[in-house]
Design a protein around this ligand. Structure first.
Ligand SMILES: NC(=O)c1ccc[n+]([C@@H]2O[C@H](COP(=O)([O-])OP(=O)(O)OC[C@H]3O[C@@H](n4cnc5c(N)ncnc54)[C@H](O)[C@@H]3O)[C@@H](O)[C@H]2O)c1
Length: 335
């Protein structure tokens, strides 16, 4: 596609409104407007933003080359299918769909119709993750904590598909390996779905990941720690920073590293540990995510997070949910 693509938006709730602002700013596309089933909200947003409010999904589809779908998860499949049936490129928020078969159908449709299909796994665009891109070789152990204060939005799915899926996607990305075994447990507290969950994933590569997610925490935390043979990375995804500790030979020149660094020598071992705080760029993650998807459409290249990757993360999330249900049943039969 040589000219600027026309981009439309479906769903202008909490996250959709942010997509709207970002799409209005991205100069590589023409933002054509939005459609939301809530007419009152649509009128208000049209008034506030000046963006065109479409009367129907059909209307916004006709005006767009690319559609960003930011509706609740239970409508992802229905809306995504209409987008792909109309031959448009699709950016879908996470989790991709409610079931794996729905996601498989969308992936197949996109591939048959030649539509680009991207998924909103936003942490891939975290500056701390981007700073380490291409520098993660063979993780042996990963530990993730994603704790959010209670918020009534997003309760239509369990905490695993709502929050843990971000860390599942990162683990699949970091290891580039498939999950071979899952152990999980969860607790249902305030909503009618699981609100706290813990999962231990074993990957084909041998890596083990221990993931914890909660949506009823008094304070927020998004941390992921990754251990490799000679390196330990500690990501603070909330602060968008990463600390790196590497075991190197004594003659390694850590002053050549970009960003703060210092080193600790260990007696006569010939080795030292270099502590390094790599420079992390400062940018808006949602704008970057949308910009990179639009770039993929323009240059006819692979989206940064593909429909297949969204499907892979969803399958692991659903299997964690199934295993967690089994363990809940064991503890509280009939729940
Ligand atoms: N990537 C992230 O970190 C992240 C963060 C928050 C939400 N999300 C995802 O974004 C999606 C939306 O979440 P939200 O918090 O903005 O929800 P929300 O409830 O605030 O907004 C959803 C909007 O979609 C509209 N809508 C519902 N069904 C529709 C349909 N069929 N057609 C058109 N409009 C429709 C609603 O009227 C509402 O305005 C969810 O899938 C959620 O998982 C992702």
């Amino acid at each position: 596609m040589s000219t600027k693509p026309n981009v439309g938006l479906v769903g202008v709730g909490h996250l959709g409104r942010i997509h709207l602002q970002k799409l209005q700013q991205i100069e590589t596309c023409n933002f054509v407007g939005f459609y939301d089933i809530d007419h009152e909200k649509s009128r208000q947003i049209n008034k506030d933003s000046g963006a065109y409010s479409a009367e129907s999904l059909q209307d916004i589809l006709e005006k767009s080359d690319i559609i960003s779908v930011v509706v609740p998860t239970h409508d992802h499949h229905k809306v995504g299918k209409e987008v792909l049936q109309s031959g448009k490129h699709l950016f879908m928020e996470k989790p991709l769909t409610e079931t794996a078969s729905q996601a498989e159908e969308l992936v197949k449709m996109a591939s048959e119709r030649g539509s680009k299909f991207g998924v909103g796994h936003i942490e891939r665009f975290n500056p701390a993750v981007q700073a380490m891109a291409g520098k993660i070789g063979n993780p042996m152990f990963i530990e993730a904590h994603r704790l959010n204060p209670f918020n009534p939005r997003g309760l239509d799915v369990a905490v695993i598909s709502e929050l843990m899926i971000h860390d599942i996607d990162l683990c699949l990305y970091f290891t580039q390996s498939e999950v071979t075994d899952i152990q999980a447990s969860a607790v249902q507290v305030l909503s009618d779905k699981m609100d706290i969950a813990n999962a231990r994933l074993t990957f084909e590569s041998g890596c083990v990941a221990n993931l914890t997610a909660s949506r009823i925490s008094p304070s927020g935390m998004r941390k992921i720690r990754l251990f490799q043979r000679d390196n330990y990375l500690s990501f603070d995804l909330k602060e968008k920073k990463v600390d790196s500790y590497s075991l190197v030979d004594n003659n390694f020149d850590d002053k050549a590293l970009k960003g703060f660094s210092t080193s600790f020598q260990y007696g006569e071992t010939g080795k030292k540990i270099v502590f390094h705080k790599p420079e992390c760029s400062v940018y808006d993650m949602i704008e970057e995510e949308l910009r990179r998807f639009i770039d993929a459409v323009i240059s006819d290249s692979k989206p940064p997070v593909t429909g297949e990757e969204g499907l892979a993360a969803l399958k692991v999330a659903l299997e964690i949910e199934r295993k967690a249900h089994e363990s809940l049943e064991k503890i509280n039969p009939g729940l």
